[in-house]
Design a protein around this ligand. Sequence first.
Ligand code: PMP
Length: 413
Amino acid sequence: MTITSGQPTTGQADDIASGGVASGEVGLAWLAGAARDRAAAGLHREPHVRRVGADAINLGSNDYLGLSTHPDVVAGARAAAAQWGGGSTASRLVVGTTQAHVDLETELADFLGFPAALVFSSGYLANVGAVTALAGRGAGSRASGPDDSGDLIVSDTGSHASLIDGCRLSRARVVVVDRGDHEGVRAALAERTEERALVVTDSVYSIDGEPAPVADLYAAARAHGAVLLVDEAHAVGVRGPGGRGLVAEQGLSGAPDLVVTTVLSKSFGSQGGVVLGPEILRSHLIDCARPFIFDTGLNPAAVGAARAALRVLRSDPALPDRLRGNARRLARACGAEEPAAAVISIIVGDPQRAVDAAAACRDRGVLVGCFRPPSVPPGTSRLRITVRADLDAATLDHVAEVVDAALREVGAR
Ligand code: PMP
C-alpha cells in the first residue's frame, strides 16, 4: 500500500511519546492515498442504495427463490418479532436462544438429512466457527489434537472468504489446491504429518455457480481419515431433491465425517448461517466455536422468516426446478454457458469496464452484481447475474436485452 501523504516530521514533543512519529501526521492520513490507488485501479466500491418505489429488476441478490418478499416469509418475520422482540438480546449461551431458534435447528436438520444443526447469526460466522472449532494449531488451542502437533486444513482456490478467514484464524497449517482438484487434496492428505485433517470446499462456487466434485472430495477425505466440510450456501434451494443441495443430490446427507454449512441469507430469503452434522458436533460447537459463544444470537425475525421459507420450500418442491429453468433461459438469451446452478457469470476483464457495464444495466432498470478483485482473480472482473425463481419469461428476455446493450455500450461485446 502506498503512503502518498502525511509524511512524519521530526522535532516535536509528540515524536517522543509516539516513538519518533509525530502523532496526527500519519494516523489515518494514509487512507487518502490508499483510496486514490484503489480508485485508479477501478477498485473503489460504493454500495448501491435500494430505495422504496425505485423498482429496478433485481438480479444482483442471492434471493434465488424470491422468498425474501414472499408474504408468508414476511409474516413469519413479523410474528417472530411480535413474539420474541426486535433482537435476541444476548448471546445464545446466555439468554439469546428462544424456542424458535431450537425449532429452526430441528427443522433444518430434518430437511437436510442430518442428525443435528446449530444456527449462527450469519453464514460467515458459521464457517469461521466450524473451521476454527474443528482445526487448530495444536498446543493451547481449543481444537488441539491429542498429540498437540496441530492440524492440517486443505482448502481450494474457490473457497468463500469466510472459509478462508476460518482457515487463517484457526492457525492450523493450510494447504490450498486448485479449485476442484480432488487428486491434489488426496496428495496433501496423504503427505501430512498431522494426525487430524479438515478439507473445506464450497459445493457450488459462489463466483460462477460451478459445482465442486463433492463426492470425490468426500472419498479423498474418508480414505485419509479427514473430515470434509462443505459450504452449501449456493446449492440449498437450488440443487438436489426439493432444493436439499448438492450433498443430498450425491446421496451424502448425514454421512460420517461430513459437515455441511449453509446460509439462510440466500434461498431462504432471511439471514443467518447453520452448521449441520452429528449431535456431538453440535455440542462441540456450542462449547468451542467462538462466533457462537461471543456473538448475539440470530435475530428472532430472521428465525421466523427462515422457518416460514422452509415451509414454503417444503410445500412447493418444484421451486428450485423453476429457478434452474429460468437460469438456463437467461443464460441462453445472454449468450452465456449453461449454468449448473443459478449464477450466470459474464467475464468482462477490466474492473472499471465491469463497473461501467453494471452501471449501464442499472441505468436501464436492471440490478446485477459486479465482482472485481479481491473477490475474483485479477483480469476476471465480471457481471454476476443471479437468477430468481419468481421472474417470468418476458422479464428474463428483457434482462438479456439490457445486459447485451450494456456490454455493447462499454465495449465489452
Ligand atoms: N458462504 C458462501 C459460499 C457465501 O457466498 C456467503 C455469502 N456471500 C457466505 C458463506 C456468508 O454468508 P452470510 O452472508 O450469511 O454471512
